[in-house]
Write a protein that binds this ligand. Structure first.
Ligand code: EPZ
Length: 423
């Protein structure tokens, strides 16, 4: 298993380009099950999760090739309606095949996703929404067995805003008979991108990007092409890296991003004392002289993203005061805290609230990745820790960041990937 070796203290400056959004690609790829034919997805990030999704779709008969960042899918043949456990256990987003399989073929056998590093990840909202559309769903031996003659439009109100459930129900509803109304739909840019793509495939959806969707079912859709939106969480992670270890004599310019997707984070970075120049598709940041403590509460879009919470705690670890970070989306997404404490951070967690007392410095050590965004926070801490930090099990990171070590090295970080040792 690979690890990253980081020698802290280097100042970051220069420009770096953001890759396409992982959480958009993972929703767009299964949408090709809805209509047979050829699709081209530009700016697809080269990530383990995209490979996992490709392997799963290939077991269903789809042909997938990629040239650089363009992923081509031929869904002319769909030979299986199953998502077996060996795929689903690697990646929860495999459940995104459920909606399109039900919508187009009326059947799907998808392994129930397990939990993850930070607790249970239920799928009740997915199943309740699909049942409302007329699907007959049974859970048998860890498998979701779903059947439907033809789905019928319905009114659906999600108790909790759910990115995945919104994506799944939307992909099922576009081929249902009649109208579906979804209230309290997720508004994350990745779901808006899925809605726009489905419309380009011939779906009839009103309200894309809002929490109220009206979908007029059609009899058939057709293939379309897509340019994947930029990854707002990668962009945010790079901005926090710059706020932590940027060169005050220079700046870091995060390019090919969508600043409109990042306003909650950029506002908070300005509160911290960073100076930001925000362009059409770039954000330039000059780090703060001292890091001011700034409280954050995660929320659904367009609030502060939960996927940036771990990175924010790393930043606050070196602030000149005490800050409170409240996680409202997941029950205990704080696996990164004990590892940051090993680097010298002063953080206490009670229920879903982390209190961070800023320290003068962090000191390098061996730390363990537990999940994707926790790994990112450990790397950010390693950039500024005195001495050497080794972040183990970076396969977590490779799920969602394309060559992050190359991007950070390009900005001046001293970070390298070491492989082979059993860690
Ligand atoms: C998506 O996960 C993202 N993953 C996650 O990013 C992200 O953290 C999450 O949305 C929230 O923004 C992908 O897009 C592949 P949810 P998803 O359904 O769809 C509860 C990353 O780091 N819930 O919006 O699984 C759930 O437990 C990953 O890139 C139910 O109770 O998230 C959570 O508390 C991590 N029942 C809340 O809703 C359900 O049926 C939000 O979950 C579904 C969800």
């Amino acid at each position: 298993m690979d690890k990253f070796v980081i020698r802290g203290g280097k100042k970051l400056r220069g420009a770096v380009e953001v890759s396409g959004a992982k959480n958009a690609s993972l929703a767009l790829m299964p949408a090709t099950l809805l209509a047979p034919g050829q699709y081209a997805f530009q700016r697809t990030p080269m990530l383990r999760d995209v490979t996992t999704m490709s392997r799963l779709l290939e077991t269903m008969g789809l042909k997938i090739t990629r040239t650089d960042h363009t992923l081509r899918i031929d869904s002319s043949e769909v030979t299986s309606f199953e998502a077996p456990y060996e795929h689903v256990k690697k990646m929860r987003a495999s459940i995104y095949v459920l909606g399109p399989l039900l919508g187009r073929f009326g059947q799907a056998d998808v392994s129930l996703p397990g939990g993850c590093a930070w607790g249970p990840r239920p799928v009740n909202l997915h199943l309740e929404g699909l049942r409302k559309l007329g699907a007959h769903i049974e859970l048998e031996g860890g498998i979701i067995r779903a059947r439907a003659k033809r789905l019928r439009g319905a009114r659906i109100v999600f108790d909790v805003s759910s990115v995945g459930a919104t994506g799944n129900v939307m992909m099922a509803a576009v081929l249902a008979q009649g109208t579906t109304v979804i209230d309290n739909a997720a508004m994350e840019p990745e779901i808006a991108a899925l809605g726009e793509f489905l419309v380009r495939m011939g779906a009839k959806i009103e309200g894309v990007g809002t929490n109220h969707l009206e979908i007029e079912g059609v009899d058939a859709l057709h293939p379309a092409d897509c340019v994947t939106i930029p990854d707002r969480i990668e962009a945010g992670t790079l901005l926090v890296a710059a706020a932590l270890s940027g060169d005050r004599e220079g700046s870091v310019r995060v390019e090919k991003c969508n600043p409109g997707h990042l306003s909650a984070l950029t506002t908070k970075l300005e509160d911290v004392g960073a100076q930001l120049t925000i362009g059409k598709d770039f954000i330039e940041i000059v780090p703060p002289e001292t890091i001011r403590p700034v409280n954050v509460t995660t929320s659904i879009y367009s609030g502060f993203p939960t996927d940036m919470q771990a990175q924010w705690i790393a930043l606050m670890s070196l602030s000149k005061g005490t800050s409170v970070i409240t996680e409202t989306i997941y029950s205990d997404r704080f696996m990164h805290v004990p590892e940051l404490v090993r680097l010298g951070a002063d953080i206490t967690v009670n229920d879903n609230i982390a209190t961070v007392v800023g320290v003068e410095k962090l000191t390098g050590a061996k730390v363990m990745s537990t999940d994707l965004r926790a790994s990112a926070s450990l790397i950010l801490a390693g950039l500024v820790a005195e001495g050497t930090t080794e972040v183990l099990r970076v396969y977590h990171l490779d799920r969602g960041y394309e060559q992050i070590e190359k991007k950070l090295s390009q900005l001046g970080a001293d970070i390298e990937r070491a492989s082979g040792e059993e860690f």
